[in-house]
Design a protein around this ligand. Structure first.
Ligand SMILES: C[S@@+](CC[C@H](N)C(=O)[O-])C[C@H]1O[C@@H](n2cnc3c(N)ncnc32)[C@H](O)[C@@H]1O
Length: 241
């Protein structure tokens, strides 16, 4: 029997209309839709493609054993996640060997902080694989904010908020504009770094960009106890003249 194909599909930032035509075509070709999710959650990527899921699809939830928040130290977190990716890759391999096409969906773009890349590393040598780019939150958030991210010779940094405060300051001062990702408990540290870099008045908080419950505020007006994981800080470029 012919092996199945693996599709790594970026489904965009949340608005179902921002799922690409190519993503929809490959969702239609998939026998199985596998979606990463935190324990007890629906998964944003799955919610985004809900209009394109049919009764013919088999759904597999790839439930993370931990989230980075409660298990902050990498000595515990990384081995647990490695085992999770190893085990779930074996499950998907068994289905691919049966000839099933599997779509692993991913919020935004699969190769920008996307979990898909860990299954890609484990399966793409053995199985025919098609990776479909998605509209990243890096692109969607400045558009929803209504402020351009870069022009002329601007240099943009994509910064994970999980860096130390010193590293955040260093990266912020070395770029003209920036998008800071992976917020949540990291938010107070991000605000301190923005203040040290003198950027606190230029930074905006964009929560759940393009989703129905989107929220946008200047960073200094955000209640740090109400910061969602699905949010970014955008430091746009100067207004083009
Ligand atoms: C694991 S990364 C996935 C990034 C995703 N692959 C992308 O290209 O946008 C998760 C982080 O992406 C950001 N994110 C993803 N979707 C978002 C959205 N709709 N609005 C704001 N931030 C989002 C948040 O910073 C979140 O902590």
């Amino acid at each position: 029997m012919a092996k199945g194909q693996l599709y790594g599909i970026g489904v965009g930032p949340g608005d179902p209309e921002l799922v690409t035509v190519k993503a929809v075509k490959h969702i239609e070709k998939a026998d199985i839709i596998a979606f990463p999710t935190a324990k007890g959650a629906t998964g944003n990527a799955k919610r985004t493609i809900e209009p394109y899921i049919t009764k013919a699809h088999q759904l597999i939830s790839l439930t993370y054993p931990v989230t980075a928040g409660p298990v902050a130290d990498s000595q515990t977190y990384l081995p647990l996640m490695k085992k999770f990716y190893d085990d779930t890759a074996q499950e998907m391999k068994a289905e691919l060997l049966k000839g099933k096409n599997i779509a692993i969906i991913c919020a935004g773009d699969p190769f920008i902080f996307g979990s898909y890349m860990y299954w890609h590393a484990r399966l793409s040598d053995e199985f025919e694989t098609i990776v479909i780019p998605g509209i990243s939150s890096i692109l969607a958030a400045p558009v929803e904010l209504g402020k351009p991210l870069c022009h002329r010779e601007d240099v943009v940094s994509i910064i994970p908020a999980t860096l130390s405060e010193d590293q955040l300051v260093e990266n912020l001062t070395n770029s003209t504009s920036a998008v800071i990702m992976k917020l949540g408990r990291t938010f107070p540290k991000v605000v301190n770094a923005l203040k040290k870099a003198g950027l606190e008045d230029k930074a905006y908080y964009v929560e759940r960009a393009t989703m129905q419950n989107q929220r946008i505020l200047p960073v200094l007006e955000v209640d740090p106890t109400k910061v969602a994981y699905f949010s970014v800080v955008v430091i746009p470029c100067q207004t083009p003249e």
